[in-house]
Design a protein around this ligand. Structure first.
Ligand code: NAP
Length: 237
């Protein structure tokens, strides 16, 4: 089967399925220079749009789209290609986060809307990864940018930290204090990178949270690796 990867869940799924005797190929976009690799085979690089993916699917029994919730284009291509080829297909997407007592969240629909919402947000920590930083390129409020790979542009007063999550709560607390952060901009990715949200709640820091795009129309979505394994093992191919 083919797993469209780039997430911790995709890696865990490939590891589990391989250990259970399935033949798994994980596909990575190739954005990260030194990715953590899953068990099984790995291929790297784009397919050449939905048509290219459909060609690849001719050699595949089942498709799991385990890409990041914000990898919208790849998920759309997966939906189109699986429909064209009749390949059984599922989207593994971890649930988003829910605002709790003490949180000071402002939800926005897109990354560019987050940039527009900053106004007098004080010192801003951009925790959205490398993509989308260009929307903030002119904003002096941004004092801290964290990503795995360097973004193409950096806001004029931003300090860049190159690090891969997940991050420990104590480290997130220390980071917010050291840089005197008033506002964090983050994507509603869900999953294990939530320590920054806990640290923000404790410190009264505002979080501008970018809503995730809806999964493609017609998608069957499962929330975790165990349910994806169940789907794989119960789907005739
Ligand atoms: N967006 C995020 O915030 C984010 C965060 C963490 C991890 N990631 C991971 O980083 C990768 C790229 O994300 P993105 O947001 O740039 O994707 P995207 O905008 O949805 O996709 C852009 C293009 O990249 C190629 N691509 C994306 N994911 C691929 C995969 N798993 N295998 C092969 N090709 C892939 C496809 O090229 P072709 O059209 O040529 O096939 C796709 O059309 C994904 O694997 C995603 O899971 C993304």
């Amino acid at each position: 089967m083919l797993v469209l990867g780039g997430t911790a869940e995709a890696r865990a799924l490939a590891d589990t399925l391989t250990a259970r005797g399935h033949h798994v190929t994980t596909s990575l976009a190739g954005r990260t220079r030194d990715p953590r690799l899953p068990a099984g085979e790995v291929r790297t690089g784009g397919f050449g749009g939905a048509e290219g993916l459909a060609t690849a699917l001719r050699h595949v029994d089942l498709l799991v789209d385990a890409t990041h919730p914000f990898a919208e284009r790849m998920s759309d291509h997966a939906a189109q290609a699986a429909t064209t080829t009749g390949t059984p297909w599922v989207v593994l997407r971890r649930p988003g986060w829910t605002e709790g007592s003490g949180d000071r969240w402002v939800r926005v629909p897109t990354t560019s809307a987050a940039a527009g919402a900053l106004g007098d947000a004080g010192s801003v920590f951009l925790a959205i990864g490398r993509q989308g930083v260009h929307h903030f390129a002119a904003l002096e409020q941004v004092r801290l940018v964290r990503a795995i790979e360097p973004p193409d542009v950096l806001p004029p007063r931003a300090h860049l930290i190159l690090q891969r999550g997940p991050f420990a709560l104590d480290d997130e607390r220390a980071l917010l204090a050291e840089h005197r952060i008033d506002t964090i901009v983050a994507k509603d990715s869900g999953g294990a990178t939530e320590a920054k949200l806990v640290a923000a709640r404790e410190a009264g820091v505002v979080v501008v949270l970018v809503d995730r795009p809806a999964p493609p129309g017609g998608a069957r979505t499962v929330p975790d690796v165990d349910t994806a394994v169940e789907w794989v093992e119960n789907t005739p191919n």
